[in-house]
Design a protein around this ligand. Structure first.
Ligand code: GLT
Ligand code: MN
Ligand code: MN
Length: 388
């Protein structure tokens, strides 16, 4: 295998403890893989060539661990990370697993649940900071409803804002230097989740007390479930300076959250995503929030993890080829050309507006211009399918 498809630390490939440690339980069937410890997971990540490991508080430390147990677990984990050359770029908090969150966490109707959720998040931030994490993800999987009779949705938005503002202050108070990355999902486990798309969060963030501290963590599967074009959401976040993290996986549209191996389902969409991240110079982690098929054992989990990284690097190479393709580039150049003397729109000025109003557009002539998108797309397919 050519060297360029081997993962290296500079690629910033990371996996969650919950991804490679996923044991294949689903709503209809029990575990198919034996439990493995966080230390074993870190060893596995070292073996496959990953750079980072991410975690929820309770992926590492049980929810009611005594202080001595907490310390021992964290110490062993840090040692394993060091020995295997693995860093912890991102931490998060489980606000969905324990039954106490059956009605949500930050948005729950019970003020005690809301208080507990904020307390649990502050403690998870302490843990992440101790491990060196600089990004803190918030995924509100339970922040939603089965019936809107239980609360007004604008009240939920206010509660969410109150919690995120509080956590930003805690971040400042402790000097942790976290950036928060908010992760949307349309549904599952709730029938409807309030912040259903990345766009919803991009609208919410400017209403916070510290908007500069908060961005998004879009996930391929989540936007695809909603039938959306993932790349478009990512691009909007990027353009706003809000792409703080990204969850890469794959998904067949209109289904439950499949969290498939990156590049295993929608190759063209994954290609344009990788091309975008590489073209714009996104420098954050490439986090694979996915898990192996339920049919696999742990050797298969390694195949899965290697596959995510390899597909990313293959698509990165394809993006290079696409950018260097002379025919593609010449088509793109032609597309942007206008007739001599066409006034540019640009920023408004009285003079510019007068020029634009006075200009006569020749619609028949404009319509003669070819838009060879069939050819362009076929060239894209050629690049993707032709051997590296
Ligand atoms: C959970 C979810 C993911 C989130 C994780 C962060 S946990 O597995 O399906 O999409 O990114 O809380
Ligand atoms: Mn995710
Ligand atoms: Mn998912």
């Amino acid at each position: 295998m050519p060297d360029q498809f081997q993962p290296k630390p500079e690629h910033k490939f990371s996996f969650g403890l919950w991804t490679v440690g996923n044991r294949g339980r689903d709503p209809f069937g029990d575990f198919v893989r034996e439990p493995i410890s966080p230390v074993q997971i870190v060893e596995m990540l070292g073996e496959v060539g990953a750079w980072g490991v991410n975690l929820h508080d309770n992926d590492l430390v049980p929810i009611d661990a005594a202080p001595a147990e907490y310390e021992r677990i964290v110490k062993d984990f840090k040692k394993a990370c060091k020995e295997n050359g693995i860093v912890v770029p991102m931490a998060t908090v489980s606000l969905f697993f324990h039954p106490i969150f059956r009605d949500g966490a930050f948005t729950a109707n019970d003020p005690e649940v809301r208080g507990y959720a904020v307390q649990k998040t502050m403690r998870a931030m302490d843990l992440g900071a101790e491990l060196g994490a600089k990004t803190f993800v918030l995924w509100g999987g339970r922040e939603g409803v089965e019936t809107d009779s239980c609360r007004r949705p604008d009240e939920a938005v206010k509660r969410l804002r109150e919690a995120v503002n509080y956590l930003c202050e805690y971040n400042i108070d402790k000097g942790y230097g976290y950036k928060f990355a908010l992760e949307a999902k349309p549904n599952e486990p709730r029938a409807d989740i309030y912040m259903s798309t990345t766009g919803h969060y991009l609208g919410f963030i400017p209403t916070l007390d510290h908007p500069e501290m908060v961005g998004v963590n879009p996930e391929v599967a989540h936007e695809t479930m909603a039938g959306l074009n993932f790349l478009h959401g990512v691009a909007q976040a990027w353009e706003m300076g809000k792409l703080f993290h990204i969850d890469l996986n794959d998904q067949m549209p209109g289904r439950y959250d499949q969290d498939l191996r990156f590049g295993s389902s929608n190759i063209k969409a994954c290609f344009f995503l990788v091309k975008f991240l590489e073209d714009v110079g996104y420098s954050g982690p490439r986090h694979f929030d996915a898990h192996a098929y339920r049919t696999e054992d742990y050797e298969g989990v390694k195949d899965f993890a290697r596959g995510c990284m390899r597909s990313y690097l293959l698509l990165k190479q394809k993006a290079k080829e696409w950018n260097a393709n002379k025919e593609i580039q010449s088509i793109l150049r032609e597309l942007g050309k206008a007739a001599n003397g066409t006034p540019a729109v640009g920023k408004y000025s009285k003079k510019g507006a007068a020029a634009l109003l006075g200009y006569e557009f020749n619609k028949d002539q404009i319509l003669k211009k070819r838009l060879p998108y069939e050819r362009l797309d076929q060239l894209t397919i050629d690049v993707i399918l032709q051997g590296c």
